[in-house]
Design a binder for this molecule. Sequence first.
Ligand SMILES: Cc1cc2nc3c(=O)[nH]c(=O)nc-3n(C[C@H](O)[C@H](O)[C@H](O)COP(=O)(O)OP(=O)(O)OC[C@H]3O[C@@H](n4cnc5c(N)ncnc54)[C@H](O)[C@@H]3O)c2cc1C
Length: 491
Amino acid sequence: MAIRTGQDYINGLKTRQPEVWLEGRRITDLVNEPNFKQPIQEIAKLYDMQHDPNYKDKITGICEDTGERVSNAFIVPKSYEDLMKRRALYETWAEATFGLMGRSPDFLNVTVTSMASNAKFFERYNQSWAENIVNYYKHVRDNDLFLTHALINPQNDRSKAAHEQKDKFTHLGAVEETSEGIIVRGAKMLATFAPIADEVIIYPFPGFKPGDERYTLSFAVPIDTPGLRIVCREPAQNGKRPVFDHPLASRFEEMDAVLIFNDVLVPWNRVFVHNNLEAGNTVYAQTGLSQNTHQNGVRGLTKLRFAQQVASRVADSIGVDGFLNVQTQLGELVQSVETIRALLRTAENEYSINENGEAVPSFTSLETIRGILPKAYPRAIEIIQTIGAGGLLLSPTGCDLEHPELSGDIAKYYGGREGVEAYDRVRLFKLAWDLSGEAFGQRLVQYERYYSGDPVRKLGMFYSNYKKKASFTMVDRALEQNETEKNVSMN
Ligand SMILES: Cc1cc2nc3c(=O)[nH]c(=O)nc-3n(C[C@H](O)[C@H](O)[C@H](O)COP(=O)(O)OP(=O)(O)OC[C@H]3O[C@@H](n4cnc5c(N)ncnc54)[C@H](O)[C@@H]3O)c2cc1C
């Protein structure tokens, strides 16, 4: 099949019956569920872009293995040019969703590609794990699948290790091995897009301690595997709120979920890591990470640019962007965007070829983006809230605008500066409120803080890694020069 269309994706959803729970309801008709309908359409549009002559050659290419056309996410980059092809895909899809859908299919597709191209990591521990990850990559590539993933143990008692929790199987762990595979039980979070994905891949986040061996699991199963329960968070939109009133929330909601595994059988050929502390603690950093961090950076830049443009348009529409305090906030936002843009260019220009022949962007620059965005994006939202102020809350609804008794007042009292009609100002402010005030917008802030792990511990890890490679020779040189100067003055 190689590249799917949007309809292929939707048809796939129709063939499955995963156990999805939403607001106390078991969802049986996913594609017609009002909460999921529009997000499914948005993902379908991304798949359709793969067939659109305007984008096809930009975001897809020919697979060396099969001769079939596949998404650029599945082509292992060997050069700078290949990295740029990857970037074109990330950018094209991020632009189509304004960077608001962080877990579009490219994110995990590049992760799995990168895990497979780092098969040597798995081989170090178990030959069949290496074969499994390569075969899984081929399966995802050749069927152009959309995956969700869950790395994190549920948030119970973080002061205790997985094996010290109240129940042995609160955190997802292996119960027993059978001739067919491993039986797993317990929960994982936070699986974004789980209800409308094709499959789920589990891989562990570092932090396991001796005694945690059974929890060091990495595997993949179809989303409708028996025993797998998907419990969704409360939706930010109900699928019934008009697009006019909620131009972003009505389209781009990524549902998040907890996954509960009730004695799920994971076949042996889908096991990538099992019962190994060292592999469990290192698989995340040493396999898929470098490539999906690139996707994160490109997508994050798009989202920040969008917020910056919304802030500027809001300020302009009510004539406040001539005030110094507003200009400094808008200027700060432009500089944040330019910082991320520059870091991304540096990451790509300073790429290296790893031991597997894969081109990888500079990890230090990408992780610096990862460190800056959790501060820069919430600040962008704060700036929109500060500049839009009370007006953000007061937009009338589309129904008010259409009502003959109100339309005159709205035209008179809701217009902006000279040349900005009420209709246009209301539309803009609704978009700004979706992004900065609604539950939808608050989730987007939380996403930027936490989507790839706790930024506090990530920054700590970043510095530890940095220290391992850094030599601080300037300090040595300065100290040596001081010694020389001392000797000279003593003579
Ligand atoms: C919107 C959204 C979407 C997401 N999507 C996904 C997804 O698709 N797949 C996925 O796997 N994950 C996803 N994540 C989850 C993300 O990986 C986690 O939220 C993140 O790793 C942080 O873990 P936590 O939420 O359990 O916080 P915790 O680890 O419980 O941290 C809570 C607080 O305690 C502090 N803390 C906890 N433990 C320590 C410690 N040992 N040392 C120091 N401080 C500590 C943290 O700094 C933090 O302030 C998503 C998160 C969000 C918000």
